[in-house]
Design a protein around this ligand. Structure first.
Ligand code: MTE
Ligand code: MO
Length: 262
């Protein structure tokens, strides 16, 4: 059995044990105030518990499993946005992403930005990993890019920063009041993880538009929705509540766990 599976089973049982405990404790704690929905609260606590277990017991820099090239069985299945139609993105696509820049801003000593050529000239890392989508499918693929950590260091992350918010070009949802743009976030442990890369290559080719060109982030110990495609800005913040509906990402705003660790 692989270390990953063992770890998953361990986390699953810890989370279940945790939620059971908290559910059992609800009656006792109800006097503390009128929670609108104690069960929902318990589930949120279970997510927090999974996060804490992973952070304290598993170790911050544990690597996600990497696979052999022979285990790549098919192309990376495109999912979610596959052809962004915002004018900003379509302009870049027409220009072959020549004018593209990745910006790092927010709680940093100095705002920095990089062209695609500059990112490609930085030390590269390739990793063959498994992408797990909550919809119930997985793909093993080879991702090539440059580590995010050194880029954050070039910007100089201020001590009060706690999260990276990842802003994307694509309108994942169109509403009467305007487009909703995809975004995600992570803590700094995941941002500085050695397998966290700004990826521009997929299976030894340039990253296709359908998989997030020109740059998509890989956070290998997290579920598919934590892998933002069409990334243009990384914002260092100490609070996620001002973004979207305040849960730290498009899918977390729609009910998924923010951490999404696997
Ligand atoms: N910008 C952006 N990033 C995104 C999405 C999206 O719709 N837009 N979908 C997410 C989901 S749910 C998954 S499973 C993966 C799909 O990545 P892929 O198309 O490379 O397989 O991207 C994630 N990142
Ligand atoms: Mo997904």
């Amino acid at each position: 059995m692989s270390a990953l599976i063992t770890r998953r089973n361990f986390l699953r049982s810890s989370a279940l044990a945790g939620s059971g405990l908290i559910l059992a404790g609800c009656d006792q704690f109800d006097f503390l105030g009128s929670r609108e929905n104690p069960v929902r609260h318990a589930m949120e606590q279970a997510n927090v518990l999974t996060y804490k277990v992973q952070r304290t017991l598993i170790g911050d820099q544990t690597l996600a499993r990497e696979y052999a090239a022979s285990e790549i069985r098919q192309g990376q299945r495109p999912n979610g946005s596959t052809a962004p139609s915002t004018p900003e993105y379509m302009f870049l696509q027409m220009q072959n992403f020549e004018p593209y820049r990745l910006t790092v801003k927010g709680m940093v000593e100095r705002e920095v930005s990089f062209s695609l050529a500059e990112l490609r000239n930085m030390p590269a890392r390739s990793q063959i990993t498994r992408h797990d989508c909550v919809e119930g499918w997985s793909c093993i693929a080879k991702w090539t890019g440059t580590a995010l950590g050194p880029i954050l260091d070039m910007a100089g992350v201020k001590p009060q920063a706690r999260f990276c918010v990842y802003h994307c070009y694509d309108n994942i949802q169109r509403t009467l009041t305007g487009d909703i743009l995809y975004y995600e976030s992570s803590d700094l442990v995941d941002a500085y993880h050695p397998q966290t890369i700004l990826s521009y290559g997929l299976n030894d080719q340039a990253l296709p538009v359908s998989n997030g060109a020109p740059i998509r982030l890989r956070i290998e110990r997290a579920l598919g929705y934590k892998q933002p495609k069409y990334l243009h800005t990384i914002e260092l913040v100490d609070d996620l509540s001002p973004f979207g509906r305040g849960k730290g990402g498009y899918w977390p705003d729609n009910g998924y766990d923010w951490y999404g660790g696997i």
